[in-house]
Design a binder for this molecule. Structure first.
Ligand SMILES: Cc1ncc(COP(=O)(O)O)c(C=O)c1O
Length: 319
């Protein structure tokens, strides 16, 4: 069972700190007034590659044996994980192959290549691209980098939680989006190691609440996932992630894609920050009063990334 200590997170942060930014904690008067809480936003959209997704791979590659590094790494993703793995691999001088479905957004393919990764297009959905990645593990001896279910990766993503408590030690609650559970499993352990009284609240789309269903059932569930928000879209959460969330997360709330997209626009308009859907989920939960805490509570919402698919934005009818 994975449990990381404050020292673990401090060591991990020291390992990756030379290559990442320490993203700011911004105040939001509008969100604070609207909710009655004292709110700060962990602005991880300003991280390198535009999301927290570089933290975990940087840690994993720093700890990787030389021989494995020489062979290279592979992942399958058309989103932030691809870019995180690509840049982290480049920093560590490792060959990276990223498998994507053939219908991946051209801009994401270009961004991943620009960070130095080789892109292999295979199949029409993620599962098929992932099969190709597994094949490269078998045939070329590349090391597979899982997007969330990996202890070293979780330690890296969790450094975001350490930064929150260091920069705002009085924080009462942290609100974090959940896809497969990589970010929240790391961040929850870091925050609770600092002070077990800090509440950790996860947010999913109710159009695909894989983690919430699993927690309710008491075991990992595979769900029919309909959310179109790519950071939140998984049919099954990770094993390690589930076990950490069971022990370290106080509550999971969920609300529909539609409300999360509205929150994305709200953040852009009111806070002047470009956030992607997954990153707007914590704000959506706050705007819809799903976070139940005493008035005046100090609450940090994690704005996990800003890699917005502009085509999706154009398709919204937001009146
Ligand atoms: C911006 C952003 N936020 C949150 C998530 C969810 O993260 P996790 O899968 O670690 O739960 C993702 C996943 O891709 C993401 O890209």
């Amino acid at each position: 069972m994975l449990t990381l200590t404050l020292d673990d997170f401090r060591e991990t942060r020291a390992r990756i700190a030379p290559y990442i930014k320490r993203t700011p904690m911004l105040t939001s008067r509008q969100l604070s007034e609207r909710t009655g809480f004292d709110i700060r936003l962990k602005a991880e959209l300003f991280q390198r590659v535009g999301s927290y997704k570089i933290r975990g791979p940087l840690n994993k590659f720093a700890l990787m044996p030389e021989e494995q590094k020489r062979r290279g790494v592979v992942c399958s993703s058309a989103g932030n994980h691809a870019q995180g793995v690509a840049l982290a691999a480049k920093i560590h001088g490792i060959r990276a192959v990223v498998c994507m479905a053939k219908n991946a957004t051209p801009a994401k393919i270009a961004a991943t290549k620009a960070y130095g990764a080789e892109v292999v297009l295979h199949g029409m959905i993620w599962d098929e691209a992932n099969e190709k990645a597994k094949e490269l593990v078998r045939d070329e001896g590349l090391t597979y980098v899982h997007p969330f279910d990996d202890a070293q990766l979780i330690a890296g993503q969790g450094t975001l939680g350490l930064e929150i408590v260091e920069d705002w030690p009085e924080v009462d609650a942290v609100v974090v989006p959940i896809g497969g559970g990589g970010l929240i499993s790391g961040a929850s352990m870091a925050v609770k190691a600092f002070n077990p009284k800090i509440k950790v609240i996860g947010v999913e789309s109710s159009d695909g609440p894989a983690m919430q269903r699993s927690i309710e059932a008491g075991s990992l569930q595979t769900i029919d996932c309909k959310t179109i928000i790519d950071g939140l879209r998984v049919r099954r959460a990770g094993e390690i992630n589930f076990s950490v969330v069971q022990r370290f997360v106080d509550e999971i709330v969920a609300l529909p894609d539609r409300d999360i997209f509205d929150a994305m626009i709200w953040v852009m308009e009111r806070c002047k920050l470009v956030v992607e859907g997954a990153a707007a989920a914590p704000v959506a939960a706050l705007l819809h009063d799903l976070v139940k805490l005493p008035k005046g509570s100090r609450v940090c919402a994690v704005l996990s990334g800003g890699n917005l698919n502009l085509d999706q934005l154009r398709g919204l009818d937001w009146n």
